[in-house]
Design a protein around this ligand. Structure first.
Ligand code: AMP
Ligand code: MG
Length: 493
């Protein structure tokens, strides 16, 4: 069965496109076509993203769309391209990288860029094959939508399409393409690229483009004597700080926080060896390739700051003064802890703040770490305790019962003036029941390998609204099975 419509040489998705990033010109990108994959099939899709893009209601009915989103058929109105960037990987300057397997279709009139990840080689592929494997594509698809469901800024994913074409990693695997969507895929590494190559004209053009498009308030800022580039750096720092606060509060470990995986818009981007914590371990390393633990869970906020420092260095020729550049990073040190505390207060059901909150938060995290208590289940059970007053299900999670009782006492005292129903509501809105645990993704991936895509669809439904109860789905909200700890997720994708 060939799904390529033989009498059609271009697909019309019913979208209008504009040049977007491509208007920056050839120094920034290379136009090229995706490399077709044979006999594509749907693996997963998001109606929510389709609606945001403005696709017609029947967008999935056509095999032409399927072929187009797999890169096998050109899309009317697009002139695809891959962009160049550089970056620091694991703390070391890696030189030129670039979109080695993500091919940008363009930007829709609604202001969303669409990329096909895994759509073939580009001039930036270096030794790579330009492909993505099914397992990592399912993980990226589900986690993008899970993060969005959690209210965490992220690139989105419209679809995953697969093909039986073989791709070789440690062993042969099947190929897949993720159609991913974001207002911009620009990374810190894009700026580092032009700074490192002393191409100040392009560096300025890129910064001006990003400021005008995404940070227009920097043009009129009073901060830094009206230095728009410093204001821009500060705004990026603050968005990054707010993002990291959300990651830390929800227990999300990114796994590869290289500067080329840092979004200039403060979005979660490039889902590789990520993991939502099971048992709470601040030093957890989710990336099997990260032998030194550079990207351990509790290192993430500092690494983000380190990455911002690289961005500051790249922007220095535009900012013009090292002290101003350093000053523009300063607010990270207050925005991050404040945002983190605010998130944790919400998890605790506290609508206002008190001096003692920090100790309450730290006390909880210390107890969770000591007992490696399941992070997501603890918070959801605590929310339930707020609703029904029964502490046993939470208490049962701790070996150190006395320690927990002491903490619960201060928690209850802090809530003495609270309206219980309001606190419960806040907690249930702040503590998800469903997160994309490794083993859940793994089960969906294994079924998808047998062409059963129902697991992907079920997870998507739960993760799109992770704070809701979803009666009948408790199996997806339980403790991870023993084998979950043996799953090894590396950079191989
Ligand atoms: P990542 O670790 O996924 O962020 O990728 C780092 C760099 O390697 C980026 O420039 C990617 O485009 C590139 N890359 C990763 N995998 C491949 C592949 N299979 N083919 C070509 N380039 C790749
Ligand atoms: Mg990357």
């Amino acid at each position: 069965m060939s799904l390529l419509a033989e009498d059609t040489d271009v697909a019309d998705l019913g979208l209008r496109w504009k040049p977007g990033f491509a208007a920056l010109g050839p120094a920034f990108l290379t136009h090229l076509r995706p490399t077709p994959l044979p006999d594509p099939y749907w693996v997963g899709h998001s109606e929510a993203v389709a609606r945001e893009l403005g696709l017609p209601a029947d967008w999935r009915q056509s095999d032409i769309t399927l072929a187009a989103l797999t890169g096998s058929l050109p899309i009317a109105g697009t002139n695809p391209f891959a962009t160049v960037y550089s970056g620091h990987q694991f703390g070391v300057w890696a030189g030129q990288l670039g979109d080695g397997r993500a091919i940008m279709l363009g930007e829709t009139e609604g202001g969303l860029e669409v990329q096909l990840k895994g759509a073939g080689r580009t001039p930036y592929s270096r030794g790579g094959d330009g492909r993505a494997v099914l397992r990592s594509s399912i993980r990226e698809f589900l986690c993008s939508e899970a993060m969005h469901g959690l209210g965490i800024p992220t690139t989105r994913a419209l679809s995953v399409t697969g093909s039986d074409a073989r791709v070789f990693r440690e062993e042969p695997e099947s190929a897949a393409v993720v159609a991913r969507v974001a207002p911009s895929f620009i990374r810190f590494g894009h700026f580092e690229h032009f700074a490192a190559n002393q191409r100040e004209g392009e560096l300025r053009a890129l910064a001006d483009y990003v400021i005008d498009r995404y940070y227009p308030a920097c043009r009129t800022t009073d901060r830094f004597n009206g230095n728009a580039y410093a204001g821009f750096l500060e705004a990026v720092s603050e968005r990054t700080a707010a993002l990291l606060a959300q990651w830390q509060a929800v227990g999300f470990c990114h796994g590869v926080m290289n500067t080329d995986n840092m979004s200039i818009l403060g979005l979660t981007i490039d889902y590789g060896p990520f993991q939502f914590l099971d048992g709470f371990d601040p030093r957890h390393i989710c990336n099997h390739s990260d032998t030194s633990g550079r990207y351990a869970f509790n290192q993430q906020p500092n690494v983000a700051y380190w990455n911002l420092f690289c961005l500051a260095q790249a922007l220095l020729p535009l900012i013009g003064d090292q002290e101003v550049a350093v000053a523009a990073l300063e607010s990270y040190k207050t925005v991050f802890p404040n945002a983190f505390e605010a998130r944790m207060r919400a998890k605790l059901g506290l609508a206002d703040s008190a001096e003692s909150d920090r100790a309450l938060i730290e006390g909880a995290l210390k107890l969770l770490a000591a007992g490696k208590v399941d992070y997501t289940i603890f918070w959801r059970r605590l929310s339930q305790y707020m609703a029904d007053g029964n502490a046993e299900p939470v208490r049962d999670m701790f070996l150190d019962r006395a320690g927990f009782d002491t903490w619960l006492l201060s928690f209850s005292e802090r809530h003495a003036q609270s309206v219980r129903s309001e606190a419960t509501g806040l907690m249930l809105r702040s503590n998800p029941k469903y997160v994309l645990r490794n083993h859940l993704g793994q089960q969906a991936i294994e079924a998808a390998g047998q062409k059963d895509f129902s697991g992907v669809a079920t997870l998507l439904t739960l993760l799109e609204t992770p704070f809701e109860e979803h009666p009948g789905a408790n199996a997806y909200a339980g403790f991870p099975p023993d084998w979950a700890s043996t799953i090894e997720i590396s950079c191989s994708s």
